[in-house]
Design a protein around this ligand. Structure first.
Ligand SMILES: Cc1cc2nc3c(=O)[nH]c(=O)nc-3n(C[C@H](O)[C@H](O)[C@H](O)COP(=O)(O)OP(=O)(O)OC[C@H]3O[C@@H](n4cnc5c(N)ncnc54)[C@H](O)[C@@H]3O)c2cc1C
Length: 497
């Protein structure tokens, strides 16, 4: 992602070499993204209809949270902003007018109906259900996001990396498949060159460390300290299974996050197979027990699947950029897979690197600003993820009981206290850009059960007619779309032919 994007941003004014090992494999679990990843693909000029089928891709309209409150219950965190009526969000109105015996999300969002009915966001022929959002955004960035695009992707991360590497080579990236054996520093302690097995010493001005959890340049060579988040986010392991779905003619247009005894399980539907995995803390369950619990949850489809056990380094480097080295991806930070933020962090880091790109003067202010932004984006996501565990109502195992008592950032505890009185808005969620908007915070709070006992007093002084009409309109639009759109499988089969 980084090599190809830098080349697309700066063209022939910079030279980019991508070094990848054949021996050290990528993490490569089937992956889910944010809807804003479209800016990345548009910036490169890539057409979804071309790359998506080549990467076993599927659509993600949101995340379905299953069993986080009690068995059998689910709610969605969709990619959809809340509508506003007479100055108040539909969620505010729901507290006054909604049917509280029914889940909030199905009354306040359209996308949830499409998820339940497993619909594609595109009509056969390709047009998008949300009009006006269809065209390519061209060379736009996350900062220019105005509209909420209604879907993200599921894809085979290995295939995407391969596709992007090939595309990068066409645009002038030098691709070296080799092992880096050593990293040599100059007299300042900056990186001078990397020593490879078959291509000799590779020199450069700026080195991007994308070596994953090992942080070969940033940690092992430069000694930048890694700050663990284990005190607030204890999940430190995952076990993943690739489950074939060759014959199935149904496909979920969402990621599932299902609560398990000592963590949660992801299900990421790719075209013709599911990526599944159990994210857990080894304080509560062993690797063998986690694998057995995952296999039981997946069922017979997983019988022949080989388990991939992964140790996760949860936290972030104190600096993402040190000297002439910038760490991107798992080499910089990871806050566990819940809410699929890994690729979002990569995209944000690349964009910020382009924005703060150095010249031969190495202005330290550019580096400071970059580091501060990366620090904040991770901080915001960390808070948002801790919210999931604090607000979850499950208490049936030691893991879930202790989730309630576990340490949490003070700022989050204050926000949760406020959310139990009235809904959060742009001013009261985490205040810096971190990829999540107020609708996400409210979808999680209300979905998990942090529900104010009454509506805002102000709502009761406003005639409810407009809000009632909007609820009726939303329901009618959802019914119409469910009837008109093809199934997710049907649409993807049409572009995979
Ligand atoms: C269990 C799990 C689930 C995840 N799910 C999601 C998700 O759903 N959505 C999401 O956005 N993110 C997810 N992530 C994060 C995701 O893995 C990352 O966003 C991304 O795929 C990782 O890419 P990376 O390049 O940082 O690291 P890696 O995939 O580990 O790649 C490291 C690269 O460095 C190279 N390398 C290492 N050492 C050397 C060497 N000595 N010489 C040469 N090359 C070397 C390797 O060949 C490889 O290409 C998940 C992570 C985990 C652990």
């Amino acid at each position: 992602m980084t090599a190809t994007y830098l080349k697309a941003a700066f063209g022939d004014r910079i030279q980019v070499t991508l070094v990848e090992s054949e021996q050290v494999t990528r993490i490569g679990v089937g992956e889910a993204t944010f809807s804003t990843v479209r800016h990345f693909f548009d910036f490169l000029g890539l057409d979804e209809a071309d790359w998506l089928p080549k990467c076993a891709g599927g659509y993600k309209l949101g995340i379905r949270f299953q069993n986080w409150s009690k068995p059998g219950e689910h709610f969605y965190h969709p990619f959809e902003r809340l509508r506003v009526v007479d100055g108040f969000s539909l969620a505010d109105w729901w507290l006054e007018l909604g049917d509280r015996s029914q889940p909030f999300d199905r009354q306040c969002f359209i996308t949830t109906a499409l998820c339940d009915a497993k619909r594609s966001p595109r009509m056969l022929g390709g047009s998008l259900f949300a009009s006006g959002l269809d065209g390519s955004l061209g060379r736009s960035t996350l900062q220019e996001q105005r509209d909420q695009f209604p879907y993200a992707y599921h894809f085979d991360a290995d295939a995407v990396a391969q596709y992007l590497a090939e595309y990068g080579v066409k645009r002038g990236v030098r691709h070296v498949v080799d092992d880096v054996l050593a990293v040599e520093q100059d007299e300042r302690g900056w990186i001078d060159h990397v020593r490879t097995r078959g291509h000799g010493d590779l020199r450069g001005d700026l080195f991007i460390d994308c070596t994953g959890f090992r942080g070969m340049l940033i940690n092992q060579t430069l000694g930048v300290e890694f700050e663990s988040f284990a005190d607030v986010l204890p999940n430190n392991r995952a076990v993943a299974l690739r489950v074939p779905r060759e014959e199935a003619t149904e496909m979920d247009p969402y990621t599932s996050a299902t609560a398990m005894s000592s963590g949660w399980m992801w299900t990421i539907p790719l075209f013709r197979r599911n990526g599944t995995g159990y994210v857990y803390s080894d304080e509560y369950i062993s690797a063998d027990e986690a694998e057995a619990e995952l296999r039981a949850a997946v069922g017979p489809g997983a019988e022949d699947a080989e388990a991939n056990h992964i140790r996760m380094r949860i936290g972030r480097n104190k600096q993402g950029w040190s000297g002439n080295c910038v760490a991107i991806g798992l080499a910089y930070a990871f806050v566990e897979p819940l809410e699929s933020t890994g690729i979002f962090f990569i995209q944000y880091a690349i964009e910020q690197l382009v924005r703060h790109f150095p010249d031969e003067n190495w202005d330290p202010q550019l580096r400071l600003d970059y580091n501060e932004r990366m620090h904040r984006v991770v901080e915001g996501v960390r808070e948002f993820l801790v919210l999931h565990y604090k607000a979850a109502r499950r208490e049936d195992t030691p893991y879930w009981k202790e989730a309630k008592a576990r340490k949490a950032p003070d700022s989050l505890l204050q926000r949760l206290e406020m959310a139990s009185s009235h809904l959060l808005d742009d001013e009261t969620i985490f205040p810096f850009y971190h990829g999540f908007e107020n609708y996400s915070w409210n979808a999680m709070n209300l979905g998990l059960g942090i529900i104010p006992p009454t509506s805002r007093p102000a709502i009761r002084h406003i005639a409810p007619d407009n809000a009632k009409r909007e609820f009726a309109r939303l329901k009618a639009e959802a019914d119409e779309l469910v009837a008109a759109l093809p199934s997710c499988y049907e649409y993807l089969a049409s572009i995979n032919d």
